[in-house]
Design a protein around this ligand. Structure first.
Ligand code: F0G
Length: 461
């Protein structure tokens, strides 16, 4: 029996029509897209699970905020509203809006990293890794081992392996570690949470060696909800209290606000105390993003971001949100389809390696499943595996990822239970003919972040 679906704590006031093409049309569209789902037109997609980033439905209060946004170039009211709200929730002195998460990475990493330096993270998201490399440094992932074992159910699979972290610091020399990045939730490991205890331990190691700890805070509210559910010591804390404590252990945060703060565009960079560092960040923001009081955003974006920060903390909303993942996961349990379990915060990461044991990592099982889901039901997803990981920047060799996932990222407040059932039914249909699905080869790729743009072709069996 599948788990009960948690009813939506909202009703629908505005709708957007979507339609499903025929199977023939879908097969044609995906071939024309060179088997890269980023090349599909949105209108050719029935259910879009490519990302939960910027694809969320704003509330009536946020849309009212759009009308109220102050578009002053300097000193806009909306800027002050946003900064005050962020200071209150995260407890940081300095807050800089930017246009999205990777902009915060670009502004910050150039100040902390250079050739010969390293960034160590529980896992770098792909743009984070790219900005580490663009700054001339190297990115090292240091997640707990269980993250690579989809069927092993442990509560905090996103955690940093703290023993390994300390070893890495000693191996490379503390002076060469430019930053330690704690990604919450750990997107690349399956939206898996990081415990408060692990954040505290990581922070203590960073302090011991004088290294700055940066939270990659894209999904901090979902992470806080998991901490409340799964960490005994935190069960009586409010979501807000948990978030305050989590951020109290960091020196810096970068945030894609397109996730847990439920807006379509925006990002934040926070510096807790280091005024000199913040001053340098402001300088780089002005050259890359725009003046400090808008940071690449329109006043209306700043306004609805300030409102979204508060809405994203609502426990009823978070229960429904995580409940959608749990409902889909329970349908996959019934069907014997493996995924990164227990299910994470922003999507279900299906274990394509176990679904397609005949497809090796360098024929991209996660991408093969993403293509099948589009062909089967017009569902757009993405690979989180070797295809996304790309090539070693030094040798050019294809890297082998710890796992081969296809990510069904669920946008916030967008799809209903019936849509979730379409996703489960499509996966079940694919499972029934799994041994007929073939791998893919890359026929063209750019040097960095290749998965967004590469062309692929099916391999003949
Ligand atoms: N960090 C994490 C953990 C992310 O998941 C993302 C984006 C970023 C940084 C970069 O933020 O897109 O606003 O520039 N993740 C999206 C995703 C794109 O689909 O998971 P951005």
């Amino acid at each position: 029996m599948s788990r009960n679906y948690v009813p939506e704590p909202f009703r629908i006031k505005m709708v957007e029509t979507i339609k499903m093409l025929t199977r023939e049309e879908r097969e044609q569209r995906i071939a024309e897209a060179k088997y890269n789902l980023f090349n599909l037109r949105g209108e050719d997609v029935y259910i879009d699970l490519l990302t939960d980033s910027g694809t969320n439905a704003m509330s009536q209060d946020q849309w009212a905020g759009v009308m109220k946004g102050d578009e002053a170039y300097a000193g806009a009211t909306s800027y002050y509203k946003l900064v005050e709200k962020a200071q209150e929730v995260f407890g940081f002195n300095y807050i800089q809006p930017v246009h999205q998460g990777r902009a915060a990475e670009k502004v910050l990493f150039g100040l902390l990293l250079e050739e010969g330096k390293f960034s160590i993270s529980n896992m770098h998201f792909d743009t984070t890794r790219a900005h580490v490399e663009l700054a001339g440094a190297r990115a090292i992932d240091c997640v707990v081992e269980e993250a690579g074992q989809p069927s092993v159910r442990v509560p905090f699979k996103g955690n940093m392996d703290v023993e390994k972290l300390e070893k890495l610091i000693n191996e490379h020399g503390a002076e060469n570690i430019g930053v330690v990045v704690m990604t919450i939730t750990n997107n690349s490991a399956g939206g898996q949470p990081v415990s408060l205890e692990n954040i505290r331990e990581t922070s203590a190691i960073c302090k011991k060696y004088g290294i700055k700890m940066c939270i990659d805070a894209a999904r901090y509210a979902e992470n806080a909800y998991f901490i409340k559910q799964r960490e005994e010591a935190c069960k009586d804390m409010s979501i807000k209290e948990i978030i305050k404590e989590v951020f109290s252990y960091a020196d810096i945060f970068t945030m894609s606000a397109k996730k847990d703060t439920i807006v379509n565009m925006g990002g934040l960079l926070g510096v807790k105390e280091d005024q000199e560092l913040f001053q340098a960040c402001k300088g780089r923001t002005i050259s890359f993003e725009g003046f400090v009081t808008y940071g690449g955003l329109a006043g209306r974006d700043l306004e609805c971001l300030a409102i979204g920060i508060e809405e994203g903390l609502d426990e009823n909303y978070l229960r429904y949100r995580i409940g959608q993942m749990e409902y889909l996961a329970s349908r996959l349990d019934e069907a014997g389809i493996a995924y990164q379990s227990p299910v994470g915060g922003h999507g279900v990461f299906v274990d394509a390696k176990s679904l397609f044991p005949h497809i090796p990592y360098n024929e991209y099982p996660g991408q093969a499943l993403a293509i099948e889901l589009y062909k089967e039901a017009g569902i757009r997803t993405c690979d989180i595996g070797s295809y996304m990981l790309g090539n070693d920047p030094d040798t050019g060799e294809q890297l082998k990822a710890n796992f081969e996932f296809t990510r069904l990222a669920i946008p916030r407040r967008v799809y209903t239970q019936a849509h979730i059932d379409v996703m489960a039914d499509a996966l079940i249909a694919i499972k029934e003919r799994a041994n007929q699905v073939q791998g893919y080869k890359i026929t063209w790729e750019p040097p960095i972040l290749r998965h967004f743009q590469a062309s692929l072709a099916p391999l003949d069996k």
